[in-house]
Ligand binder design. Structure first.
Ligand SMILES: [Fe+2]
Length: 291
């Protein structure tokens, strides 16, 4: 099936606790599939994890007789924990992320003063994708687009006419993602949004999150044409300088996401918890005055 002409099936599962959308991409029932940006439920008050969100993904995969080829991340998320290890254990498949994750691992290894055995070579993932690299899901051809800015390691995945944009942009009435995490950069994000918005106008774009304003229903699918016409931050005509000014001012007003500390420590390990200590319990750290 040729790229850009094919129209893969896409099933989005919205997690209301973190406003995240997990996608299952596949050709047809009975085919292979990829899972993108899964969510491990996490209660910050107790430190407990659970699998209600991930089990919804498993139910869908089983109901459609899909076999999992890939468990993909668009980036090391700061607002939710990845359920990739649980999904891999339950369903199989290979985990993957963009190859610049090694930069992110290096930054956070320093901030969290991680154990000396923590490798910052991305080897926690089964595969690291380079910009432009091809990816197959059975008969579906795709490729990786390197789209940094929100983080230095963000990638988007394109399969046929569907692009999973991660946190480069949100729905037109929400705009774009913040650029003030370590290694983030508004100018770089602007370039990444233009890269995505230079795709054919009918290209379907799938957001990693939705934060619906003004009481509208949750929605996480739009098109290049709609974003170019209506995205409040990057519609056609917004210059790089205008975007950078807006983004920088806005980011200065935002609080850190509630789950950033546990999320980053776990997601740079491909969703695994840190090694258990000698009492058999795994811990995450709170760096004081470092973020
Ligand atoms: Fe993010």
């Amino acid at each position: 099936m040729s790229n850009e002409q094919s129209q893969p099936k896409v099933h989005g599962i919205f997690d209301p606790a973190t406003w995240t959308v997990t996608y299952v991409v596949y050709e047809k029932p009975g085919s292979t599939c990829a899972i993108i940006d899964s969510v491990l439920d996490y209660d910050p008050k107790s430190g407990r994890t659970s699998h209600k969100s991930a089990d919804k993904v498993i139910d869908f995969v089983k109901a459609n007789d899909l076999s999992v080829e890939w468990i993909l991340e668009t980036h090391a998320h700061a607002d939710h924990l990845s359920a990739a290890p649980y999904l891999k254990q339950q369903l199989g498949g290979k985990t993957a992320i963009g190859d610049h994750i090694t930069n992110v691992q290096g930054v956070f290894k320093k901030i969290f003063n991680l154990e000396s055995g923590f490798k910052q070579d991305g080897s926690q993932f089964d595969h690291l994708f380079k910009d432009g690299e091809a990816i197959q899901i059975g008969g579906l051809s795709g490729h990786i687009m390197y789209v940094p800015g929100h983080t230095p390691a963000c990638v988007a995945y394109q399969f046929g006419d569907a692009v999973f944009v991660g946190d480069t942009m949100f729905m037109p009435d929400v705009g774009t993602a913040r650029c003030d995490f370590p290694g983030g950069d508004a100018k770089t994000l602007y370039a990444s949004t233009r890269k995505i918005l230079s795709l054919p106008p009918q290209t379907r774009l799938f957001m990693c999150h939705d934060y619906p304003p003004n009481g509208r229903a949750v929605n996480f699918e739009t098109t290049v044409a709609e974003q170019r016409a209506k995205n409040i931050h990057v519609h056609d005509g917004i210059t790089e300088a205008q975007f950078v000014e807006m983004r920088t001012k806005r980011d200065a007003t935002l609080e850190m996401p509630v789950l950033i500390l546990p999320a980053v420590q776990i997601n740079i390990r491909a969703g695994e918890l840190p090694p258990k200590e000698d009492n058999g319990i795994a811990y995450v750290k709170i760096p004081m005055n470092a973020l």
